[in-house]
Design a protein around this ligand. Structure first.
Ligand code: GLY
Ligand code: MN
Ligand code: MN
Length: 485
């Protein structure tokens, strides 16, 4: 009895404090509702779209990675917890009690004990009240939810990866939701070569949903842009603070820590991807995330590609700076080619231009620059000095969903040319170990672009001037660790 009272008290006080100490600038429930409606408008006649929350990922033993919602699920609902499924119908459905509805969500139930261990849950009521999803139920109800999926012309969903763990103690975890769904829609017959062709013909469509989500997520609304601008601004401030604080002898990890400290100081919840901080030849590894070099040398450049994630939206900003505070003539020669390539692409940005065209402009400038320096023999030479494309969308994913064939107004994307010259490259050794990437974030406008990341110094002159400024970390000196036996 006493325990029950505590439980009731705990649960009833829960919703009060859950609301008071959470950030208030997440996407609004009106945003999610409008996005669901936009998706509904794209759906084919007599169809339903089904989305599942991301799985919980195990790190090791009884420790999981910090949970991160599937970006489509977050975009459509704002729900940030695991073990949930969302259905969006093209047409109104009628429930058993005669109520009309065109969307329904099943979420993990409230559970005082589990919430004490792993955190607060919205539950069906919280999902209704805070996220505005009227038809919200505990996920324990999904198994007996009796919509006849065979009546739809199409059931649209993303195919499953075999990477969801079954929690045998939870009969309505994500694993079970997916298994229940598979039974409801006769999923196995789709791929089962042992059943006849006639049996395999069904109404499951695993391909078109991604195109709809690309069309929606590729064009940002004002509400999204406000969050992206904030994520980018925070990331630029990280670059500035590192430019001021950097000293030869620091470690790559310490430099990463300065960026990420700035992110957290501004309340960014995470990084949008593992931070890349590579000094010298480490900068030649495009996605170098070990960041283990214990002392960076004053002779080298350091390439720093980091993005703060703010309310789900991530920036993607790279600056490459000289550890000594001054570019050598060779470093500057390479840097200025990359800068010129980026600016050539920036000049081209406007609606109608494709990412492939921007990419080609940067390749042309880089090839000419490398030839002028004698690093390649002709502009047509095959080489690996610039092995990646120059542009991708940014948003809820660092490589966000969106079409790349023609820029439209309010797309957000990177322009990020680079030159990487690893040891033993087929050129004069004086260039070996030089790696430069310059990556900025943009929003396309009616006639051109908004340069979202222009706060971070970008020319060699501006970088050198910023590196001369004092840093609040100049006096942050810690004692050596004592060798305790
Ligand atoms: N940070 C990954 C990329 O630039 O695409
Ligand atoms: Mn990028
Ligand atoms: Mn990047």
């Amino acid at each position: 009895m006493y325990l029950r009272l505590i439980t009731i008290l705990y649960l009833s006080s829960f919703s009060l404090f859950a609301q008071s100490d959470l950030p208030t600038d997440f996407l609004s429930k009106e945003f999610h509702k409008e996005r669901r409606q936009k998706l509904r408008e794209k759906l084919p006649p007599n169809s339903v779209a089904v989305f599942f929350a991301n799985p919980v990922r195990n790190r090791a033993n009884d420790v999981d990675f910090i949970y991160h919602q599937d970006p489509n699920f977050l975009y459509l609902t704002g729900y940030k917890e695991p073990h949930a499924v969302l259905l969006i119908f093209k047409d109104n459905q009628t429930s058993a009690n005669g109520k009309s509805y065109d969307e329904i969500i099943f979420v993990q139930p409230r559970n005082a004990m589990r919430e004490m261990w792993t955190g607060r849950r919205l539950g069906d009521e919280g999902t209704r009240n805070l996220l505005g999803l009227e038809q919200s139920f505990d996920n324990t109800e999904f198994k007996k939810y009796n919509v006849d999926f065979s009546k739809f012309d199409q059931v649209l969903f993303y195919d499953f990866f075999n990477d969801v763990r079954d929690d045998p103690s939870d009969p309505s975890d994500l694993y079970s939701l997916i298994e229940d769904f598979k039974v409801k829609v006769n999923y196995e017959s789709k791929n089962n070569i042992n059943v006849s062709l006639e049996q395999r013909k069904n109404n499951l469509n695993l391909t078109v949903l991604d195109g709809y989500m690309k069309a929606l997520r590729g064009i940002k609304t004002e509400e999204e842009l406000a969050l992206i601008r904030k994520a980018v601004q925070i990331s630029c401030q990280g670059q500035i603070e590192v430019m001021k604080a950097l000293k030869p002898g620091m470690s790559e990890r310490e430099i990463q820590g300065v960026h990420e400290f700035v992110f957290k100081k501004y309340q960014a919840e995470d990084v949008g991807y593992p931070s890349i901080v590579g000094a010298g030849h480490n900068g030649c590894i495009l996605h170098y995330i070990e960041n283990y070099q214990p002392e960076v040398s004053s002779k080298e450049l350091i390439l720093m590609d980091l993005g703060a994630e703010y309310r789900g939206y991530t920036a993607d900003v790279t600056r490459t700076i000289p550890i000594s505070g001054k570019f050598t003539p060779d470093q500057k020669a390479i840097y200025d080619i990359v800068l010129k390539a980026q600016e050539a692409a920036m000049k081209k940005v406007k609606p109608g231009v494709s990412f492939a065209e921007l990419n080609q402009v940067t390749k042309d400038v880089v090839n000419k620059g490398l030839k002028d320096l004698g690093i390649i023999k002709s502009v047509d030479e095959d080489h690996l000095y610039y092995p990646h494309g120059c542009c991708h969308h940014i948003g809820l994913d660092v490589h966000d969903k969106g079409f790349r064939d023609a820029i439209q107004e309010n797309m957000t994307f990177t322009i990020e040319p680079g030159i990487y010259i690893p040891e033993n490259s087929n050129c004069d050794p004086r260039w070996w170990g030089i790696a430069v990437r310059i990556e900025d974030d943009f929003r396309s406008t009616k006639n051109g672009y908004e340069h979202l990341s222009d706060l971070a110094p970008r020319t060699t002159e501006d970088i050198e001037a910023t590196m001369k400024l004092p840093s609040p970390l100049d006096n942050f000196i810690l004692p050596d660790l004592k060798n305790k036996k």
